[in-house]
Design a binder for this molecule. Structure first.
Ligand code: NAD
Length: 287
C-alpha cells in the first residue's frame, strides 16, 4: 500500500520557516509583512477559509487585515477597495476570496490587483511570468502540490505527469510548474478521451476536478504518486477527487483528504506574502 503524504506536517514545517523569515524581515525593515483579505458576501465555505487565513497570518507574525463587503456591493466599491490596498504601504499581499457574486467581473478585479501584491498569483502578469519561466508569485494550491511532490521525488525530471483539470487556479499553473521541473505533462479535462488509459501511464497524478472520488484505484499506475486537490463536501463527509480506498492499494504515495493539499495552500499563502514583502523592500527572501 501507498505511503501517505502528510500535508499537515509539511505545511507546519513551511509555516515555521515563514515565521522565522518574518522575524528576520522585521529586524531588517522595522515592520511586519501585511496581508489583506477581501470577502464579498456571506458564502459559508469562503468565510471559513478567510477566518483560517487570518489566524495563520497572525500566527506567522504578520499583520492580517480583513475587509468585508456585502453580497450586493457594487463592482466599483470593490475596485475602489483594491485600489486603496494597492496604494497602502503597509499591505504586501492582497487576496480577493473567490468566488465573487455573479454580478461581478472576477477577471477585472483580479487584473486590478498590483501584480507585486498578487499573493494568489492569479493576475495575468504573474500567470505569464510563470509560463515564461520568469520569477512570479505562483498560485498557492499548485505551489503546495509541487512541494508535496518534491517531498517524495527529490527530482521530477523526465517523469510522466497527468494533471486532471485545467482551471486558472489549479490545473494550468500546476502544469506549468511540472513543466518547469522537466516532467512530460498532460493536461486532462472534461473533454479528454479515455482518461483511465492516460492515467495508467502516469508517474504523477494531480487531480483537480471537483467530482467526488471520480478517479478510480484501477486507473492508477502501480507505484505512482497521487496528489488529490479535490475538496468535496458529501453526505459521507469531506472527500477528494480520487477514490482513496482504491488508490491507496495501488499508488506509491498519496495525499489524504483532508490533511493533504489543503494545509499546504494556506502555508504557501504565507510564504507568498513574505516573498512579496521581501521583494517590495528589497531584502533577500529566505525560502
Ligand atoms: P474548476 O471547477 O474550476 O475546474 C475543474 C476542472 O475539471 C475543469 O478544468 C474541467 O475541465 C475538469 N473536469 C470536469 N469534469 C471532468 C471529467 N469528467 N474528467 C476530467 N476533467 C474534468 O475547479 P478548481 O477550482 O480547479 O478546483 C478543483 C477541485 O479542487 C475542487 O474540488 C476544489 O474544491 C478543489 N480545490 C482545493 C483547494 C485546496 O486548497 N485544497 C484549492 C482550490 C481548489
Amino acid at each position: 500500500t501507498a505511503s501517505i503524504i502528510d500535508g499537515k506536517a509539511v505545511a507546519a514545517t513551511l509555516r515555521s520557516q515563514v515565521a522565522e523569515g518574518v522575524a528576520t524581515f522585521q529586524a531588517q525593515t522595522g515592520r511586519a509583512p501585511g496581508l489583506a483579505v477581501v470577502l464579498v458576501g456571506e458564502d459559508a465555505a469562503s468565510s471559513v477559509y478567510v477566518r483560517s487565513k487570518g489566524k495563520a497570518t497572525v500566527a506567522a507574525g504578520m499583520i492580517s487585515v480583513e475587509h468585508r463587503l456585502p453580497a450586493d456591493a457594487e463592482q466599483a466599491a470593490l475596485m475602489a477597495l483594491v485600489a486603496a490596498l494597492n496604494a497602502d504601504p503597509a499591505i504586501d499581499g492582497i487576496l480577493v476570496q473567490l468566488p465573487l457574486p455573479s454580478h461581478m467581473d472576477a477577471q477585472a478585479v483580479i487584473s486590478a490587483i498590483d501584480p507585486n501584491k498578487d499573493v494568489d498569483g492569479f493576475h495575468p502578469a504573474n500567470a505569464g511570468r510563470l509560463a515564461t519561466g520568469l520569477p512570479a508569485l505562483v498560485p498557492c494550491t499548485p505551489l503546495g502540490c509541487l512541494m508535496l511532490l518534491r517531498s517524495v521525488h527529490p527530482s521530477l525530471s523526465g517523469l510522466d505527469a497527468v494533471v486532471v483539470g485545467r482551471s486558472n487556479i489549479v490545473g494550468k499553473p500546476m502544469a506549468q510548474l511540472l513543466l518547469g521541473e522537466s516532467c512530460t505533462v498532460t493536461i486532462a479535462h472534461s473533454r479528454t478521451r479515455d482518461l483511465p488509459a492516460r492515467l495508467r501511464a502516469a508517474d504523477i497524478v494531480v487531480a483537480a476536478v471537483g467530482i467526488p472520488q471520480m478517479i478510480q484505484g484501477d486507473w492508477i499506475k502501480p507505484g505512482a504518486t497521487v496528489i488529490d486537490v479535490g475538496i468535496n463536501r458529501t453526505a459521507a463527509g469531506l472527500v477528494g477527487d480520487v477514490d482513496f480506498a482504491g488508490a491507496v492499494e495501488v499508488a506509491g504515495a498519496i495525499t489524504p483528504v483532508p490533511g493533504g493539499v489543503g494545509p499546504m495552500t494556506i502555508a504557501c499563502l504565507l510564504r507568498n506574502t513574505l516573498e512579496a514583502a521581501c521583494r517590495r523592500d528589497g531584502v533577500a527572501f529566505p525560502l
